[in-house]
Design a protein around this ligand. Structure first.
Ligand code: F6P
Length: 741
């Protein structure tokens, strides 16, 4: 704040005006007092003179005149007096003679009115006061006495007082003004400066500095309020920034609508054809009713939302015992039930085909071949033949569906159909084909034990694009191709060239349907884990959850052993923590699978027997198929989720658990051998073979403070949001469009 010249001049002017006004009033008073005093004195002297013998005799006596004049003029500035008699004046001193001409009228008026009065007049540079008094003497009738005083002293006094007063008041008021100015400068202005500094700190967001400011005297209550407002503003600003960031991100985040638009743009008038063994909806008899169920499959979880958003045709094995009853003549039906948005075409495979193609070659051969879980693959010639046959059958079904379509787009899913791309390409070289491999691809040495490795590789390389979850699987695949078949592997751009055909190999980490709407959803109060456990007769306040098909690659036994070790090492948690394992039995016609179901059940019983209490047990095994809606409350209420796969392409259970945690709490324990562990770095990463480490991870997860859980969970949720299934599909399809011939 600057005090400029105009402020100073205005202040001086104001001070001068006030001083002048005050001195004017004082001087007027003083002048009136002096005049009054002169009048009283004149009347007194005139009265005295009136009673003197010189007046009575009417004689002019020089000697007495001189005496009188000296004594009066010395005392009261009286110049002299004159007697008005018979229309002429008798002066009693020579000094009054020049004034007589001013007095005749007044003397006459005084005699007529018989009253005294005083009048001022100016002459010869002097201010004269004449006091006129009638005096009725017997000897001299109708006389008036006029007394003359020199009143110049009044003006002199008034002038002196004016000057003195003006300067005294001016200085006094100036002093007051300066004092007020200083008070403002050091009192108010300094405090205002302090407030300005607070506000500046608030604007800069330097709230710590604001807190450190010294107390501001009488402004302390205001300082407190401002500080509170600042902190409230900081919170509001943080929320607004977060919202703005999310809004910006929201525009970059893929949604079903955005994907639909993108596909319409890049694939105008084309049907997206998806082929998989597992169907997205399966019809099964349940008593007299037919029930529609969604099979437990990561592939279905991922791919179904894409078809739902964009429409298209999904060709899959019809394996439900009521599937045939729910299709039309072309073996098709619109799905999802009551929300029809795409067509499911079912292909029927016989029991024998299912045994050799699905159970045999796919799940006893390729599955253990690709998963390093130390389960020996079995390769039977008959299984291989059926594998070729069912691949041929599906190729026929696809070709039938795309026969009217120019440059069709076909998206083949998984290891059941390694031969399909080449079979389709042979017939329809104009088709753009991609195969996505949902399981790991092992190192070349491991893969080389497969007697039909070349056929499998050539079959896959019939596609334009081969997709895996991670770059590591891509490199393994390229090395396998390089070691096995006559081709040119170009590592620089991850591609394989055979004769005049090129296949790109790319990582596309698969995900789930998780959009901004899901991310921002608020959960409100989640029922405690104890409520959920109470339904199963268990009394415990802490809960862990695991969800999967019962498969030896999932590390379920390892997780149980870790739970057992946890209770041994940390017995204080006995009676407080229960691990819930939801496990849908799967591929149970395969011995290794029926064995694992048995092993899981017996391990759970053994551990339960070891620790169980009256109304508590350490492991709750729910070994039957659960719908997504049934699993959700477990995801939401659990303190922790364990994903301990021995080897896993991605693992979408980990992502589903994270997506379910709208309150940003809960802990994920995640195997380092899953594809998901590369993305979900907020998880506690474990080696499922290390029982001690996993037991400790359970303890860490249970005891992790909420404020540590939240940033970890947030990181994982944001990662899934940014890389959801719609972005996966968009990337895959855009790459296919780029490869279109
Ligand atoms: O993980 C590979 C995979 O094919 C997934 O895509 C799917 O979740 C799972 O196996 C299901 O297997 P199945 O179809 O044999 O039940």
């Amino acid at each position: 704040m600057k005090i400029n010249l105009s402020y100073i001049l205005s202040a001086i002017l104001a001070v001068a005006l006030v001083a002048a006004l005050f001195s004017f009033f004082e001087i007027s008073g003083e002048k009136a007092r002096l005049r009054n005093e002169l009048m009283n004195r004149s009347s007194l002297i005139a009265g005295e003179l009136g009673s003197m013998p010189i007046i009575d005799s009417g004689l002019f006596n020089v000697a007495s005149q001189v005496r009188f004049s000296d004594s009066l003029s010395n005392r009261y500035n009286i110049i002299g007096f004159a007697l008005y008699h018979d229309n002429h004046f008798v002066p009693y001193s020579h000094s009054v003679e020049p004034y007589l001409e001013y007095s005749a009228d007044y003397a006459y008026q005084s005699i007529i009115a018989d009253s005294s009065f005083g009048v001022y007049f100016k002459t010869g540079g002097r201010n004269i006061y004449q006091y006129v008094m009638p005096c009725q003497k017997e000897a001299i009738a109708k006389n008036a006495l006029v007394l003359y005083s020199d009143a110049s002293y009044i003006s002199k006094i008034v002038r002196r007082i004016s000057v003195e007063n003006f300067f005294r008041l001016f200085i006094q008021i100036l002093l007051v003004v300066v004092l007020i100015g200083l008070l403002i400068r050091w009192g108010v202005y300094r405090q205002i400066n302090t407030i300005v500094n607070w506000v500046r700190d608030i604007r800069d967001g330097s709230l710590e500095k604001l807190r450190e400011q010294s107390p501001a005297g009488f402004l302390e209550p205001l300082q407190r309020e401002v500080t509170n407002i600042a902190f409230a503003m900081q919170e509001a600003r943080a929320v607004a920034e977060e919202e703005a960031r999310l809004r910006t991100e929201g525009e970059a985040i893929w949604t079903p609508d955005r994907l639909r638009e993108e596909i319409r743009k890049v694939l105008p008038d084309k049907t997206l054809v998806v082929v998989s063994n597992r169907e997205p909806y399966m019809h099964v008899h349940s008593g007299k009713e037919i029930k529609c169920i969604v099979p437990a499959s990561g592939m279905v979880t991922a791919v179904e939302p894409i078809l739902k958003a964009c429409g298209g045709l999904w060709i899959a094995s019809g394996t439900g015992d009521a599937d045939k009853e729910t299709v039309d003549k072309q073996n098709k039906l619109a799905v999802p039930p009551n929300e029809e948005s795409y067509i499911l075409k079912r292909v029927w495979i016989s029991k024998e085909e299912e045994n050799h193609f699905y159970y045999g070659f796919s799940n006893e051969g390729i599955w253990p071949l690709c998963h390093i879980a130390h389960n020996r693959p079995v390769f039977r010639k008959k299984d291989w033949d059926f594998y070729k046959r069912v691949n041929g059958k599906f190729a026929k079904a696809v070709l039938e569906e795309i026969k009217g379509e120019e440059q069709p787009f076909v998206l083949v899913q998984d290891y059941h159909f390694a031969l399909l791309p080449e079979l389709i390409k042979k017939e329809r070289p104009d088709a753009t084909i991609a195969i996505f491999w949902h399981i790991p691809w092992p190192n070349p040495e491991s893969f080389s034990i497969c007697p039909w490795q070349s056929e499998i590789l050539l079959g896959m390389l019939g596609s334009d694009l081969v997709g895996f979850h991670t770059p590591y699987f891509c490199y393994n695949f390229l090395e396998t191709v390089n070691n096995t078949i006559d081709s040119r592997v170009i590592r620089e751009n991850l591609s394989v060239r055979i004769k005049d055909r090129t296949t790109l190999v790319r990582p596309f980490p698969i995900s789930i349907s998780f959009t901004m709407k899901d991310y921002e959803k608020k959960d409100g109060k989640i029922p405690p884990a104890s409520d959920l456990l109470a339904k199963y007769g268990i009394k415990a306040s802490l809960m862990g959850i695991g969800v999967e098909r019962i498969d030896y690659t999932k590390g379920i036994i390892e997780r149980f052993l870790a739970t057992e070790r946890f209770f041994e090492k940390y017995p204080e948690y006995q009676g407080r923590f229960t691990f819930v394992q939801i496990g849908a039995p799967s591929r149970t016609r395969i011995k290794s699978y029926s064995d694992i179901v048995e092993a899981v059940e017996s391990e759970a019983s053994r551990i339960n027997l070891k620790f169980k209490l009256k109304d508590w047990k350490p492991i709750l095994l729910l070994a039957y198929h659960h719908s997504h809606d049934e699993i959700m409350p477990f995801y939401k209420s659990a303190n922790l989720c364990m994903v301990t796969s021995l080897h896993d392409g991605m693992n979408l259970v980990a992502k589903e658990f994270v997506a379910a945690r709208n309150n940003n709490d809960g802990v994920l324990i995640l195997s380092r051998f899953t594809g998901a562990s590369h993305e979900l770095t907020g998880a506690i990463i474990v080696n499922p073979y290390n029982t001690e480490q996993m037991a400790d991870a359970i303890k860490t997860a249970i005891e992790m403070p909420r404020k540590e859980q939240q940033p970890r969970m947030k990181q994982m949720r944001q990662s899934i949001l940014e890389h959801n299934i719609y972005s996966w599909a968009a990337n895959l399809i855009k790459t296919m469009v780029y490869l279109q011939r």
